[in-house]
Design a binder for this molecule. Structure first.
Ligand code: 5RP
Length: 231
C-alpha cells in the first residue's frame, strides 16, 4: 500500500467517484456503499439527480441511508430487491485480480449483499488501496454475539489472530446488532481458499474478503484514472 497525504487521498477518492457515477443511467437501481469514498459518490449522484437523472437506490448501512435521504436520493429497501443494476463502493485493499478486503467501516455484510446482487459492482479507491497481496489490512469478520468465542477459536485454527473491534471503549456493534472481529492472517496467498474456509464457520455472518464480486475497480492516482476490469 502506497502512503499518500490526506489531501491527495481525498482528491483521488473524489476523482474516482466522479468517474464511477458516469456509469449510472436513467432507470437504474443503484447500490450505495459505505465509507468516505462512497460518500463522494453519493454526493456526485445527488448532483446528477438534481439535473434530471432518474434512479432509485439501496443503502449498505444506516449511515449511508441517512446521507442519501438527506441528499435527495430515493431509497428502496434492500430486502425487496432481487437485483441491482450498478453499485459503487469503496474498499480497504484490492489486488489487480479484483479481490478485495472490505469492512473497515463495519458495513461488510450489507455491502456483500449489495455486491452479490449487482450486475455491475464498481469499486472506487485512491491509490493507497492497491496491494500485491491482501492482508496488511486485517480481515473484518461480522459475528453473531453468542458465537463470538467459537468463531474466535475457529479463526485461530485457521492461523489467524483475532481482535474484537471496539469503538469509544465499547464493543463496536454493527447495523445488524453483531460484533466485528478484525483478524490478522498475515499476507494472504490464497484469498479464495481462506474465504471458503471462513464461510464454513457457524455463527460467522460475513467476512471482508470479497472474491469474484467486483466488475471494475476505478482507482485515481494523482491526475490519472486507472481502471481494472474483471474481464
Ligand atoms: C466499509 C467499507 C469501506 O468501503 C472501506 O472501509 C473503505 O472506506 P473508505 O472509503 O472510508 O476508505 O468497506 O465497511
Amino acid at each position: 500500500m502506497d502512503s499518500i497525504g490526506k489531501e491527495q487521498q481525498n482528491a483521488e477518492k473524489l476523482a474516482a467517484a466522479i468517474e464511477a457515477v458516469k456509469f449510472i443511467k436513467d432507470g437504474d437501481v443503484v447500490g450505495l456503499g459505505t465509507g468516505s469514498t462512497a460518500t463522494f459518490a453519493i454526493q456526485e449522484l445527488a448532483k446528477r439527480i438534481k439535473t434530471g437523472l432518474k434512479i432509485t437506490a439501496a443503502a449498505s448501512s444506516i449511515k449511508t441511508e441517512e446521507l442519501a435521504i438527506a441528499a435527495g436520493i430515493p431509497i428502496l429497501k434492500l430486502e425487496n430487491l432481487g437485483s441491482i443494476d450498478i453499485s459503487i463502493d469503496g474498499a480497504d485493499e484490492f489486488t489487480e485480480s479484483l479481490d478485495l478486503i472490505k469492512g473497515g467501516g463495519g458495513a461488510l455484510f450489507r455491502e456483500k449483499i449489495i455486491a452479490s446482487l449487482s450486475k455491475n459492482a464498481i469499486i472506487i479507491t485512491d491509490s493507497s488501496k492497491k496491494v500485491k497481496l491482501l492482508g496488511a489490512f486485517k480481515v473484518p469478520i461480522e459475528v453473531v454475539p453468542l458465537a463470538y468465542q467459537y468463531v474466535f477459536n475457529k479463526i485461530e485454527t485457521l492461523g489467524g489472530a483475532g481482535k474484537l473491534r471496539n469503538k469509544d471503549n465499547q464493543k463496536f456493534i454493527t447495523d445488524n446488532g453483531n460484533y466485528i472481529i478484525d483478524a490478522d492472517f498475515g499476507l494472504i496467498d490464497n484469498p479464495e481458499k481462506l474465504s471458503s474456509q471462513l464461510n464454513e464457520i457457524d455463527g460467522l455472518l460475513a467476512h471482508g474478503l470479497f472474491i469474484g464480486l467486483t466488475a471494475k475497480v476505478i482507482m485515481a492516482k494523482g491526475n490519472e484514472i486507472l481502471t481494472f476490469n474483471s474481464f
